[in-house]
Design a protein around this ligand. Structure first.
Ligand SMILES: [Zn+2]
Length: 234
């Protein structure tokens, strides 16, 4: 193989690695944002559970007050009953007391139900707290791993870039230009092997004449279909 083609293949290998590393580095902020998103959602779940628990507790306290006012009314009516001498008044007060007592029973049932809910919500809040704290730990660990990975990638990128500059120095400028344009436009490979009479870049058949030129190895030959530089792999 021509020495220049060999150098181009090495250059292509470095460029493919550089491209991959750049893509990885570029994805780091996105990954960080996704991790932070997990934190936000676990914190929101915890807040929602706490809010629900507070609402039920407020409702329960209101019921407690409602029952309290009715008890006070009953006590007041009972005192009034002792003071009255009129039978119909006494009976009317008795009816009222009975009505309040029934209401209190209904309120107490509701209170019991809410107390049950409060207990369940306490368990739910504790579970969300545990989840949130686990998420915080896990996200912190992953963020720090990610930062570490980004540093390693930057170092690797620097090494590869230095290596690349050295290789570029060994190849003619116009060939480098041609290679770089192809590499940028094709996105994968600019220099590809010939497989029998097929270009492995575009998978199209090339002419016998071109095959012959590639095999003779005296010049840099491009695929007639896709323009990629071809080499003959023995
Ligand atoms: Zn081709």
């Amino acid at each position: 193989m021509q020495p220049e083609l060999e150098q181009l293949l090495i250059l292509q290998d470095r460029d493919q690695k550089i491209k991959k590393i750049r893509a990885e580095i570029k994805s780091v902020p996105l990954q960080q944002a996704q991790l932070e998103g997990r934190l936000v959602s676990s914190a929101a779940n915890l807040e929602a559970a706490k809010l629900r628990a507070r609402e039920v507790e407020v409702h329960r306290k209101k019921l407690e007050l409602d029952a309290g006012t009715r008890t006070e009314s009953i006590n007041r009516l009972k005192t009034q009953q002792y003071e009255t001498r009129k039978n119909d008044e006494f009976r009317a007060m008795g009816n009222e007391i009975e009505r309040y007592e029934k209401e209190i029973l209904v309120i107490e049932d509701q209170e019991l139900e809410l107390m049950d809910q409060v207990d369940k919500l306490k368990v739910a809040v504790a579970a969300e707290e545990k989840k949130a704290s686990e998420a915080r730990e896990s996200v912190a660990r992953q963020v720090s791993d990610l930062e570490e990975k980004a540093k390693v990638l930057e170092i690797r990128l620097e090494e590869l870039s230095k290596d690349r500059a050295e290789i570029v120095g060994r190849i003619e400028e116009d060939i480098i230009d041609r290679f770089e344009r192809l590499f940028a436009s094709k996105g994968d490979a600019a220099v590809v092997p010939l497989n029998h009479e097929i270009c492995t870049g575009c998978h199209m058949k090339i002419t016998a004449q071109t095959v012959h030129r590639v095999k003779s190895g005296r010049e840099i030959v491009s695929c007639e279909q896709c323009g990629r530089i071809l080499y003959f792999a023995e």
